[in-house]
Structure formats: structure tokens, C-alpha cells
Design a binder for this molecule. Structure first.
Ligand SMILES: CC(C)(COP(=O)(O)OP(=O)(O)OC[C@H]1O[C@@H](n2cnc3c(N)ncnc32)[C@H](O)[C@@H]1OP(=O)(O)O)[C@@H](O)C(=O)NCCC(=O)NCCS
Length: 184
């Protein structure tokens, strides 16, 4: 896949180590928006750090593991999505998403993630798609809800970030639920 059209001038493309400088600049521009919700973004202070983040994803993709993508709008990098976990033998994966503030409110990640779930379920036999977010992240919860995910539980005080402890919600969607939604 070199790029997948998402409509309205948007595209989903792979995000690879050769794009480290552009990715670091993107994260730096939007750190106030991303930093509170994405702990990894705080470490993305330059090209070397971005490369160190992206390279293991590329290595794992080559082993049929986790994968990272980018969202482009009118030729500009505006966001990303990933399979933070992709375990085809186990039939499970976990999604993650982010957008620049000016790219929100258009359904870009919902459309991107829909394409990713279609591929995971239809092509790769994934039977369970997971989503994790903190309860305070209303925009992320809204995406999970829009996708038809079920809130399965909350891991209390699961991790420390920006000087405080956060709970983490686990949302999930089963392959049969996804197929039923599409049919409906
Ligand atoms: C989480 C995040 C990516 C959600 O962005 P978003 O733009 O709200 O999500 P989507 O791309 O799915 O767009 C949904 C919005 O577009 C609207 N929309 C327009 N066309 C749409 C379409 N075709 N399909 C779905 N939604 C559409 C929806 O109504 C919704 O707007 P609303 O929230 O005003 O009701 C964004 O808030 C973000 O980057 N946050 C910071 C990083 C982050 O928290 N990541 C997640 C960590 S768990």
C-alpha cells in the first residue's frame, strides 16, 4: 500500500523511518494537543528520537507485527494511526490514533481506522480489535463508540504520565460485531 484514499483530499499512507524528520516536526508543532494523551509524543524531540520510535515499528512490520500509518490532508501530514499490537496468530490487535487539531471533526481517523479494521478482519482473520484510552479523553472515547466498540473494563492507576497516575479503559470490538455493523 503506497496510499489509500480516504475521501475529501485525505489519504492513509505508511509511516516509515525515512519520514523521521517530518514526523518529529509534526509532533513538535502539535505537542500541546498530543502530549497529554500520547506519552510517546513527549519523547519525540528531534529526528533521531523519531527514527528510534519508527524503526522498531518498521522492523516489526517486516515480521508481520505492529504497523504505523500516517494521515495526509491535501498533501500535508496531519495525523497517524497504528496497530500498536498486531498478533495475527492470536487473532488480536490494538489500534491507536492522533490528529492535528485542525484536522479533527471531519471523520478522518474514523475512516482510516475503518479501513484498517476491514483489512484486519477480512484479510488477516483478526477476531478481536482493542482500543485503550484514559476516561478523560472524550474525543478518543467518542471514536471507540462510533466504531461500535464495547467498554470492557478499566485498569485503575495503570500508568504514570505528566506527573500523575491515570486509569486506562479497555474497549474492544469482535469480528462478528464488525461484520454485523457493516451489514446493517
Ligand atoms: C482522538 C482524535 C484523533 C479524534 O479526532 P476526531 O476528529 O474527533 O475523530 P474522527 O476523525 O473520527 O472525527 C470525528 C468527528 O468528525 C465528525 N465527522 C464528520 N464526518 C465524519 C465521518 N464521515 N465519519 C465520522 N465522523 C465524521 C464527527 O461528527 C466527529 O465530530 P464531533 O466530535 O464534533 O462529533 C483527536 O481528538 C486527537 O488527535 N486527540 C489527541 C490524541 C489522542 O488523544 N489520541 C488518542 C489516544 S487514546
Amino acid at each position: 500500500m503506497l496510499s489509500l484514499p480516504l475521501g475529501d483530499g485525505a489519504e492513509l499512507r505508511p509511516l516509515e523511518p525515512w519520514q523521521a524528520a517530518e514526523f518529529a516536526a509534526y509532533v513538535g508543532r502539535h505537542i500541546d494537543h498530543l502530549g497529554p494523551w500520547l506519552p510517546w509524543s513527549r519523547a519525540m524531540t528531534g529526528e533521531a528520537e523519531a527514527r528510534a520510535f519508527l524503526q522498531p515499528y518498521a522492523d516489526d512490520t517486516a515480521r508481520d507485527g505492529r504497523r504505523m500509518y500516517s494521515v495526509w490532508l491535501d498533501g500535508e501530514l496531519v495525523g497517524g494511526t497504528l496497530f500498536r499490537v498486531f498478533d495475527a496468530p492470536a487473532g488480536t490487535c490494538e489500534l491507536g490514533v492522533w490528529l492535528a487539531p485542525e484536522a479533527t471533526g471531519r471523520g478522518l481517523v474514523s475512516r482510516a481506522v475503518t479501513a484498517m479494521i476491514d483489512w484486519a478482519v477480512d484479510v488477516r482473520g483478526i477476531r478481536r480489535v482493542e482500543w485503550q484510552c484514559v476516561p478523560e479523553n472524550a474525543a478518543s472515547r467518542a471514536v471507540a463508540t462510533r466504531l461500535g466498540m464495547t467498554l470492557e473494563g478499566t485498569r485503575r492507576r495503570a500508568f504514570e504520565h505528566d506527573g500523575r497516575l491515570w486509569d486506562v479503559e479497555l474497549w474492544a470490538l469482535l469480528a462478528e460485531e464488525w461484520r454485523a455493523r457493516r451489514t446493517a
